[in-house]
Design a protein around this ligand. Structure first.
Ligand code: NI
Length: 153
């Protein structure tokens, strides 16, 4: 197998976080994971929940882009409403970590099998801005790492 270096890097990073993030969160107290820095700001639980919602929505995209007509039109999702309606704040951190881990293992599996020609498939991310599936996959990792590094760890 030839393999795409960028996608291999995304997979390596996701696999790294799949080991590291649960370890780091296990060391945090209940207060640390539940406390909101400000009343209207997400707690660590809610940020990790937001990453679950991102994984749910992006897993669907990574699959559908491969068989739907091009350019695939991305459906936006209301991030605040998802975190609110999933009620992550009243869910155990163990359950959220398990969901996040399971979803990202699926994502690693799915992206590992995307043929290189499909990585160039186009999707419309709004305002008629076209990006490739490969770009979307890299953006998924960047978004995740931003939240992990700035708000969770
Ligand atoms: Ni975000």
């Amino acid at each position: 197998m030839g393999g795409n270096i960028q996608i291999q890097n995304v997979m390596d990073q996701l696999n790294k976080w799949l080991i590291k993030l649960p370890q780091d969160i296990r060391l945090m107290s209940e207060t640390e994971v539940t406390e909101r820095p400000q009343p209207h700001k997400w707690s660590r639980k809610e940020i990790l929940g937001h990453l679950c919602d991102s994984a749910i929505n992006n897993l669907e995209r990574f699959i559908k882009i491969q068989y739907e007509d091009q350019p695939y039109v991305l459906q936006k999702y209301n991030q605040e409403k998802w975190v609110d309606l999933q009620d992550y704040q009243n869910t155990s951190i163990e359950e959220i970590v398990l969901l996040w881990s399971s979803l990202n293992k699926r994502i690693v599996n799915v992206i590992s099998k995307i043929p290189s020609d499909k990585l160039a498939y186009l999707c419309n991310i709004g305002n008629n801005q076209l990006v490739t599936l490969e770009w979307l996959i890299q953006d998924y990792l960047e978004h995740m790492e931003h939240h992990i590094q700035k708000q969770i760890l």
